[in-house]
Design a protein around this ligand. Structure first.
Ligand SMILES: Cc1cc2nc3c(=O)[nH]c(=O)nc-3n(C[C@H](O)[C@H](O)[C@H](O)COP(=O)(O)OP(=O)(O)OC[C@H]3O[C@@H](n4cnc5c(N)ncnc54)[C@H](O)[C@@H]3O)c2cc1C
Length: 440
């Protein structure tokens, strides 16, 4: 490295963007680091994905807040790359560009009836209850007795648990007011949690699975005959540990007595692959093919059955959004990259690099590894004369885009926390409200 300051642009202020900013800030003390986000608020899915009743998980935001508040780091919220500023413009402005935009688009189920009313991808549904401005007006139909949730990961569990909690059980969450009202008005009696494969292949974490046993109004229904007695030999040590612990919880659910009085039944349905959503205009039932697990894959023998489903929510994974000016790997739904390198001077980390897997801390190791690559590449860097944030600031001003800076986020935060009145916060959910709060 032979000149200073070095200009670094990071697109996406979620966990990955914050981890990269932190790592590069420590190793390159004179660098100017700009972290952009399309939303007026930082922290990505920590604010907009992690369940509102899991406040402990959200505490990590304090660490990210320290990073964004550091000398040499700027937060530029309310700036969507691809809309307000192009990737080519960022490449012209910054010596190093890191793309950490996550994976926000729902993978489709790819079955007939998917476009009926009352069918939602979990990304949209979660954005709605977590108060992300562009998901705010989803207004999902929760007026029927049955909800089918397709997917066997923690997101499916989050949605089922939130629908299963009473208003009292949600009192210490930061579930948004509009979602609290919708959940309180719902009269759901049956939630079907549907996995294409068996209980051993479910990617639930055990702590989340076990939470259903603590919900006051929820009956947990599992067909004991569907549960294998033991975990097969071919599972590796890590898979085995998870599968055995999950199996213990499911066996305990299957053996649970005295559930008849509970008004809301959660049915854990394994080896059931969705093949059609039926209904006139809106969903009413879900047709499933019975499957068996063979070498970790779901294989159907042709037998089908139907569950009632006035609402269908799919939680089967996400894809990243292609950004014009950057290569995209359509098959994987990620920014095309080799170990985080996209093209000279451009890098990627997190869910948009490796796909939508892994909890928040998993992005730390990934981000640190990409920061190391950047440092190695910078060792042979020539003087670039790039202008960094000064160039971007003038473009934003010309285009009438007003970024929300870190002080603006702190003002939003103060307004939300004050409005919480006993809750962690009451989120502002409209872009105009957020922008107004950011200006004080
Ligand atoms: C519903 C749900 C619940 C989860 N619950 C947990 C949990 O309980 N515990 C846990 O550890 N992990 C949880 N995770 C996983 C965790 O959220 C992810 O591991 C993590 O957020 C991925 O970080 P990221 O920075 O790669 O992406 P993201 O968190 O998605 O951050 C990407 C950021 O980029 C911004 N962005 C996108 N496009 C643009 C653009 N064009 N211009 C500017 N900015 C842009 C987005 O607004 C966002 O802020 C959950 C995930 C989901 C979906």
């Amino acid at each position: 490295m032979n000149q200073s300051p070095l200009h670094i642009g990071i697109v996406g202020a979620g966990p990955s963007g914050c981890y990269v900013a932190d790592a590069l800030g420590r190793k390159l003390p004179g660098a100017r680091i700009d972290v952009f986000d399309r939303l007026p608020t930082p922290f990505g899915l920590v604010r907009g994905g992690v369940a509102p009743d899991h406040q402990g998980t959200k505490n990590i935001a304090r660490q990210f807040e320290r990073t964004l508040g550091k000398e040499g780091v700027r937060f530029l919220g309310n700036v969507a790359i691809g809309r307000d500023i192009s990737c080519d413009e960022l490449k012209a402005a910054y010596d190093v560009l890191v793309i950490t935009i996550g994976a926000l688009e729902d993978r489709p189920l790819g079955i007939a009836g998917e476009n009926l009313d009352a069918v939602y991808g979990s990304g949209r549904f979660v954005a709605w209850y977590n108060g992300i401005p562009d998901g705010r007006d989803l207004d999902p139909k929760l007026d029927g007795k049955s909800v089918a949730i397709v997917g066997n990961g923690n997101v499916a569990l989050d949605i089922a648990r939130l629908l299963g909690k009473t208003p009292d059980e949600l009192a210490s969450s930061d579930l948004c007011a509009h979602a609290r009202a919708a959940f309180a008005a719902a009269r759901i009696e049956d939630i079907w949690l549907i996995g294409r494969r068996g209980p051993l292949e479910a990617s639930f974490t055990t702590a989340e699975l076990a939470e259903f046993g603590e919900l006051s109004q929820v009956a947990t229904l599992v067909d004991a005959a569907a549960l294998p007695q033991q975990v097969p030999e071919q599972f590796d040590a890590e898979q085995r540990k998870l599968a055995e612990k999950n199996l213990d919880v499911l066996k305990a659910y299957a053996a649970r007595g005295n559930q008849a009085e509970r008004p809301l039944r959660i049915h854990f349905l394994f080896n059931a692959a969705p093949i059609e959503i039926r209904g006139e205009q809106r969903a009413r039932e879900l047709v499933l093919a019975r499957t068996r697990s063979e070498n970790g894959r779901a294989v159907s023998g042709g037998e089908t059955f139907v569950v009632p489903a006035d609402t269908v929510i799919s939680a089967i994974g996400y894809r990243s959004t292609p950004l014009p000016g950057l290569p995209f790997d359509d098959a994987r739904g990620t920014v095309a990259n080799a170990e985080g390198r996209v093209e000279p001077g451009v890098y990627t980390a997190g869910w948009c690099k490796r796909g939508p897997q892994g909890v928040v801390p998993a992005n730390r190791a990934d981000s640190l590894a990409v920061a190391e690559l950047i440092l190695a590449d910078l060792a042979t860097r020539q003087a670039s004369g790039k202008r960094g944030g000064a160039l971007i600031d003038s473009m934003l001003a010309q285009r009438g885009v007003q970024p929300v800076d870190f002080a603006g986020w702190q003002k939003i935060n103060a307004v939300e926390v004050a409005a919480g009145q006993g809750r962690p916060r009451e989120k502002l959910t409209r872009r105009e409200e957020l922008l107004a709060a950011s200006r004080g």
